[in-house]
Structures are given as C-alpha cells and as structure tokens.
Design a protein around this ligand. Structure first.
Ligand code: BMA
Length: 376
C-alpha cells in the first residue's frame, strides 16, 4: 500500500516537475542528451523514494548458467530483476570481443538495450590494463603509469586509441530509434587504495585529477559522447571528508559520489555495518554539498555465508542514508565461491526475499513504475 502510494506520489511529482527544474542541476557534461538529463533528474527523485538494488553482471551469468537469455540469479530468487545493472569494459581497450571476465561485448549491448527498454539503470566500470607495463589493472609495479598517459607522456597517443575503443563501445549503446542510451560511467575506481595502477601510492593527486579530466574531456569533447553520467568512487577506507575529496576532480566532472567496500568474514558483521554507515555519512554529506547523487557503488560479502546478512548487516548499514543505489558484485560461474547475490538454494535466499520486500528497497519493477528516464 505504502509502496503504491509513494510510486504514485513520485509520478505526480515528476509530472509536476518542469523542464526548467530539471535543467538547473544537470549533468556535469553540459551537452548531455535530454535522456541523460532526465536520467539524472529521475535518479535524484528516486533517491528520495528508496534505495535501488544493483548487481554486477546480473544478466551475463550466474551459478550454473551462462547467458541463456533473460536469466538472472536475482530474478530466480525474487521474481524481479535488480534495478541497477553493473557491467565492466575491461579489455575493450584491446578491441577484444569479450571483457576480462569473458562476457561478450555484443551481449552487453543487447543487455543495455533490454535494460533501457524496461527503465533500469546501467553502470559501467573499467578494469583497464596497465598500458605502461603491459600488465593488468592490478599491476602496481610502476608509479609512472598514470603520468605516462597524460599529455606529453610517452604513452599518451596510444592511450587515446584505447579511449577511442571505449568511445566506440559507448557510442554503440543505442536503442532501435537511434537514441543514445544513458549510462553511469565509473572510471578510475577505488583510487584511494593502491591495488590498481591508478591508485593512491601510484600517482600524485595532480596526476590523478589530470587523468580524470582528460578522460572526461576526451570522451565528451573529442568523441562527442553525451550519454554519460560520471561516478567518482573511492575505496572504503575513508576517515574524513578531506580524505574522500582529496582527488575529487571537481563538480564539472562528476555526477555521482560513492565508494566500494566488502565484508571479509562473519566476525566482520558489525565493523562492516559501522564502516559502511560511517563512510556513507561522509559521502552523502559531500554529495549534498556538491549537488551530486550518492551510492554504495560496490559492496558485498563473498559467498554470503551469513543467512541473515541482507536484513541484519547490509540493510541496517544503508537504510538511514539517502543514496541512489547499493550494488553487490558478480556471481561468477567459473570461480567457485565467488558470488555476492543469492541463487536458489543459497543460504541467504529467504533473507534476501525479506530484503526485497522491504518497502524502501527498489528493484526493477518498482523502478519501471518510477519511469526515471521519462520527460513529462
Ligand atoms: C574482481 C573479481 C575478478 C574480476 C574483476 C573484474 O573483483 O570479481 O574475478 O575479474 O572483479 O570484474
């Protein structure tokens, strides 16, 4: 009942909302398409209604299956898809036909069109290889990798060809009418840690900010892409607002602020809950101050051995924060135990259904009803 009421209220509110209102606090890309402007406005409104649930690679594979079409472990358990769908572009820089987790990019394009058609939200990360060393995203053997990509750097020209490949993929995300489908692009994530080559100890603040701004300007300027919202997403070990914002590239380059954080053991229940809630306090306060969306951009407990994790750990950690979404990581089909959402028969299945039924958790059907992309 309450859910029906708030959806109705949200729809009325959106109907009443003028085009002018939507434009005043628009995307960082000042030339964003109308659909992207609407998406941002819709996400801001939806954040007042509840927290969207997201899952990485939800449609690509799950426990015991690989893309038969229309499948989803979240749907197998709840009957509904998640509201937010994460995907990763790692290896697109090499024009590989599949990403670093073997998901075909052609399949991703199909998923993006399906998600757009039902009013879901797409977020793309990029575990990009290390151009300087030839290693992976996790190759932290050189602290010159970021500098080498910047204008004047030895790998700059080649880096632009990598961004060209990213741009080609992003530009191909169109519906059957040729409308560019808006997506949340989340590059250079977890930069406050030092496990990726763009991390804290691997580059200076100025280099990181220059990398971010170059990426933004190249994609939105040079490549003329205007279907992107940009997510700035730190690691979870954040002690203060100053630390969180130390490498913030600026309001003109960011639409959403978030962070990634994982629970490592059952003994970590209370510290996970407390840390997520504490850092969300920092992030949501910064997001309000800067007029941005906020989200828990990655989270989870690998293998979910705690059968009540959703309602006793994750939900209490996020429920009092005004965030757009909380996304859990992927359900690998070929890496035993590496899953973050339940599947039929998994220990936390019943608890996840209880979590699904909480009025303020939003899954696909509720977000479809909110019509977050639709102009009045
Ligand atoms: C990590 C793991 C890896 C995966 C990577 C990118 O956290 O899930 O297996 O390759 O994310 O998706």
């Amino acid at each position: 009942m309450y859910r029906t009421l708030f959806i109705t209220a949200a729809m009325l509110l959106m109907t009443a909302c003028s085009t002018g209102d939507r434009k005043t606090t628009g995307p960082a890309d000042r030339s964003a398409t109308p659909e992207t402007v609407n998406m941002l406005a819709g996400l801001k409104q939806a954040a007042g209604e509840g927290i969207m649930f997201g899952h990485q690679d939800d449609l690509s594979y799950g426990l015991g299956w690989v893309y038969p079409g229309g499948e989803s472990d979240v749907k197998r358990v709840t009957g509904d898809y998640p509201a937010v769908y994460g995907m990763d572009m790692g290896d697109i820089e090499h024009r590989s036909p599949v990403n670093l987790d073997s998901v075909p990019f052609e399949d991703m394009k199909v998923f993006v069109r399906q998600i757009w058609a039902r009013g879901g939200v797409i977020t793309l990360s990029w575990h990009v290889d290390n151009l300087l060393t030839g290693g992976t995203a996790w190759d932290v053997t050189s602290d010159k990798a970021v500098a080498s990509l910047l204008p004047g750097g030895e790998k700059h020209e080649e880096f632009k060809t990598w961004l060209d490949n990213v741009a080609e993929f992003l530009a191909s995300l169109k519906d059957d009418k040729g409308v560019a489908i808006p997506v949340i692009f989340r590059p250079w994530h977890e930069h406050t840690g030092s496990w990726f080559w763009w991390g804290q100890d691997l580059c200076t603040t100025d280099e990181f900010i220059a990398l971010w701004r170059f990426t933004f300007n190249y994609l939105c300027g040079e490549k003329n892409l205007h279907n992107l919202l940009f997510a700035y997403s730190s690691g979870g070990d954040i002690g203060s607002t100053e630390q969180y914002l130390e490498r913030y590239p600026g309001d003109e380059y960011v639409d959403l602020m978030g962070f990634d954080y994982y629970q490592m053991s059952d003994a970590g229940n209370s510290s996970f809950r407390e840390n997520v809630s504490r850092v969300l306090g920092i992030v949501t306060e910064a997001a309000v101050a800067h007029g941005k969306l906020a989200a828990l951009t990655e989270a989870g407990y690998e293998g979910i051995p705690d059968s009540s994790w959703w309602t006793t750990v994750l939900w209490p950690a996020i429920e009092n924060h005004r965030i757009s979404y909380a996304l859990v990581w992927r359900n690998a089909h070929n890496k035993p135990g590496h899953f973050y959402a339940p599947y039929p028969g998994q220990a936390s299945e019943q608890d996840f259904i209880t979590f699904y039924n909480i009025e303020e958790t939003l899954f696909q059907s509720e977000v479809t009803a909110l019509s977050i992309y639709k102009q009045e």
